[in-house]
Design a protein around this ligand. Structure first.
Ligand code: SF4
Length: 388
């Protein structure tokens, strides 16, 4: 298989070039792309409008495959989580979150993560490797057609689309795996692939300032920033990348990004950590930061109740504190939401135990650990908790 090209690795322009190498016209690339990304086809023989000679050529030179699935579970609330094998004992998570008017897929861009945020279990496992384009877009490809199959919806543009929104908020820092991430984004947006609007694709970053600028030029999509602190001293300890790109630079980059962004605001994610970043003073500092600093940024806040894990030494702010914190921001005119802690009855909350998933033999261990954690932290650990 190694000499063959995985066509999931190619963006629209690369697919045209690839077809050119095979002596084919550019429109063949569009046809091929539609078969792959709109019909979920992986069998060249099924691509009925391609010439037989081209199908035969492709069979000897290419293949279409997303990474193997280790596990696939659906929660009683409809959340569906896949654990995906990315080789060498590494696994990443892909999560589908159904809501009334949309279906959101949360995808990963790296196995592990080098940023090492203090509140993140992925960070604790360290960096393993960057995912390829096929491994990133393959999560969307696999999930869309698996969801359709479950519901008996036909593939192709006529079938009801299951995934309407994508968030790059799974494992990894997408801007530290820039090229494959942007290639995957281009496929998400392309009309001959998924045709998602830029507003419905969100990239979440811990604040890699130069790459935020580059993304604004190359492929602007909605931007979320993992902020988590209201001043540099606090953020240095929670998001170590802040030492390299402090808040003043991050805010300036966000402001510049908004010139290109499909939305007129940046979403700031803020993990609520008991006694660490959840005081009234922190809320007031945030207001000063986003409204009255040298680089005010039009923004929304998404407050995330922390899912504790033992090694973090951190605990979740209580619901009363979270609501009070939100109210201070709201009173200052900042749109603020409190995220439901996404999780389910079949697995841990989003990214919660990712650091402990090294290979498929550990899945059982992981489930056992989940039960232990629930005993220790209460039955809601890893479950969706409605607090608004
Ligand atoms: S929060 Fe994001 S950037 Fe920070 S360690 Fe976790 S995956 Fe990496």
């Amino acid at each position: 298989m190694t000499d063959l090209t995985n066509l999931l690795d190619l963006d629209p322009a690369q697919l045209v070039a690839y077809c050119g190498e095979l002596g084919e016209k550019p429109f063949r690339a569009k046809q091929l792309q539609r078969w792959i990304h709109q019909f979920g086809a992986s069998d060249f023989d099924a691509m009925s409008d391609l010439a037989k000679s081209l199908r035969e050529k492709l069979k000897t030179r290419a293949f279409i495959a997303s990474p193997a699935i280790i596990s696939d579970h659906t929660s009683t609330d409809g959340t569906r989580k896949w654990l995906i094998d990315v080789g060498q004992g590494n696994a990443v998570e892909t999560v589908f979150i159904p809501e009334e008017n949309r279906g959101t897929l949360c995808i990963s861009t790296q196995a592990g993560c080098a940023v090492n945020c203090r509140f993140c279990s992925t960070g604790k496992q360290g960096f393993n490797r960057n995912l390829s384009v096929a491994e990133i877009i393959g999560q969307l490809w696999m999930a869309e057609f698996a969801l359709r199959q479950t519901k008996g919806i036909e593939p192709g543009p006529k079938g009801e689309r299951q995934i309407t929104n994508v968030v790059m908020m799974g494992m990894g820092e997408p801007l530290l795996n820039y090229e494959p991430t942007v290639t995957a984004l281009k496929l998400m947006l392309d009309d001959n692939a998924y045709g998602l609007s830029r507003r419905r694709v969100t990239l979440s970053t811990s604040g890699v300032v130069p790459m935020i600028d580059k993304l604004g030029h190359d492929c602007p999509v909605a931007l979320a920033v993992s902020l988590h602190a209201s001043n540099d001293a606090l953020r240095d300890g929670l998001v170590p990348l802040n030492k390299k790109y402090p808040l003043v630079e991050l805010m300036a980059a966000c402001k510049r990004y908004l010139e290109f962004a499909p939305r007129d605001f940046v979403t700031f994610e803020y993990c609520m950590l008991d006694g660490v970043n959840d005081t009234d003073q922190c809320a007031r500092e945030l207001i000063a930061l986003v409204k009255h600093s040298a680089h005010p940024v039009n923004c929304k806040f998404n407050l995330i109740p922390f899912n504790p894990f033992p090694e973090s030494g951190l605990t979740r702010s209580n619901n009363i504190r979270i609501k009070a914190f939100a109210q201070i921001l709201v009173d200052a005119g900042i749109v603020t939401t409190i995220r439901k802690t996404r999780g389910d009855d079949i697995d841990a909350a989003c990214g919660q135990l990712a650091g402990e998933v090294q290979d498929r033999t550990k899945v059982q261990e992981r489930m056992k650990k989940m039960a232990e954690y629930q005993e220790k932290y209460g039955k809601d650990f890893g479950r969706i908790v409605e607090i608004s």
